[in-house]
Design a protein around this ligand. Structure first.
Ligand code: HMG
Ligand code: MG
Length: 307
């Protein structure tokens, strides 16, 4: 089994979009700096969505222009439409992400459009983004289940994934938006996906509402997936998917991967510090386990070498 794993950090976006408090820009930058210092190489920083819909990320333009410069880090941001892309192109972000749901009701609640309308708008959006040398990632939400529609047939998410890849997304992240998935379901679902797509075309974005995110990640690893989204401290949730809790915590994911001999490039000490910074900026304790319990065995030179 290949040991190269990529962690895609979403705390600044998926995390902060779901906080009640609006975090000031200076604190967002403090958290961004801590995440960069931890060795994470892919960080989703913000969303260019409507400030009426997501006021927590209304400062995305200024924030993205103020991000710490680092050659090793690729920053990205969500764009729901061409207006969002226009805003992204006014920054020097090298990557953007489009997002669409596999269930009609969630898509309508989330972006006020049908799935078809979202995909139709992504066609010119992705063309323009790629012409401007921006890589485009895709998200498909509610793959494991929908807060409004219940179980979502895999054929629905598969069709949306197929279309996003055909439009030019380099990878599609499969979202368990409400954290409903269990391992056997994940194995069956991924087998269907991997009959059609390469593992490198897929990522997993697991919310941990019911405590099954890491178990599902483990199944993903066994099936060959090597790209996992996570959120520092376990922040996160979709304001338009009731009952969705945070993503799998970055420090918990990294702890498991390092323990399995799968280096992530993330420094154990520094990611625990980033989780502490996250707690300080949102002003509450966060659910991630490893920043509470500490690394085991206690951080040692051997573990640090494994980063
Ligand atoms: P709408 O109200 O239908 O938009 O919202 P509209 O096109 O009718 O425009 C209305 C007004 O919004 C106009 O302004 C537009 O200019 C403005 P006015 O002319 O009235 O002054 N507007 C914008 N302003 C700034 N940036 C924009 C933009 N677009 C329009 N990009 C819209 C449609 C998509 C904008 C809205 O529904 C929206 O912003 N939704 C965002 C919802 C969201 O961010 N959800 C969370 C992220 S998705 C997620 O968390 C799931 C994920 O993590 C994966 C998983 O877990 O499964 C990715
Ligand atoms: Mg999410």
């Amino acid at each position: 089994m290949s040991t190269d794993v990529s962690v895609y950090e979403v705390g600044l976006r998926d995390g902060l979009q779901n906080e009640q408090a609006i975090v000031p820009l200076v604190d967002k930058l403090r958290l961004a700096q801590a995440l960069v210092a931890s060795g994470l190489r892919r960080i989703e920083a913000a969303s260019f969505v409507s400030p009426t819909w997501i006021p927590q990320l209304a400062d995305a333009d200024e924030f993205c222009r103020s991000l710490p410069k680092s050659e090793n880090v690729t920053f990205s941001a969500l764009c729901p439409n061409l207006r969002g892309l226009e805003r992204a192109l006014a920054t020097d972000l090298p990557e953007i992400a489009v997002f669409v749901s596999s269930s009609e009701t969630h898509n309508k609640k989330n972006v006020n459009r049908s799935i078809r309308q979202s995909l139709d708008e992504f066609k010119p959006l992705i063309e323009v983004a790629r012409k401007a040398n921006r890589r485009v990632r895709g998200y498909v939400s509610t793959v494991w289940g929908c807060a409004y529609e219940g179980f979502v047939p895999t054929e629905q998410s598969l069709a949306v994934t197929r279309e996003l890849l055909a439009l030019g997304c380099y990878q599609v992240s499969l979202g368990d938006t409400i954290g409903a998935g269990t391992p056997r379901q994940t194995r069956t679902l991924l087998a269907t996906y991997l009959a059609e797509f390469l593992p490198s075309q897929l990522a997993m974005h697991m919310h941990d509402t019911r405590g099954t995110a890491l178990a599902n990640v483990l199944v993903g690893l066994e099936c060959g997936i090597r790209d996992f989204d996570s959120s520092v401290g376990g922040m996160g949730g979709c304001p338009y998917a009731p009952g969705a809790a945070g993503n799998v915590a970055t420090e918990d994911l990294v702890y498991m991967l390092h323990g399995m001999g799968m280096p992530t490039g993330v420094d154990p000490e520094a990611i625990l510090e980033a989780a502490r910074v996250a707690e300080a900026v949102v002003g509450r304790g966060l659910p991630g386990k490893v920043h509470q319990a500490g690394w085991f065995p206690k951080l040692s030179p051997e573990l640090s070498r494994l980063k």
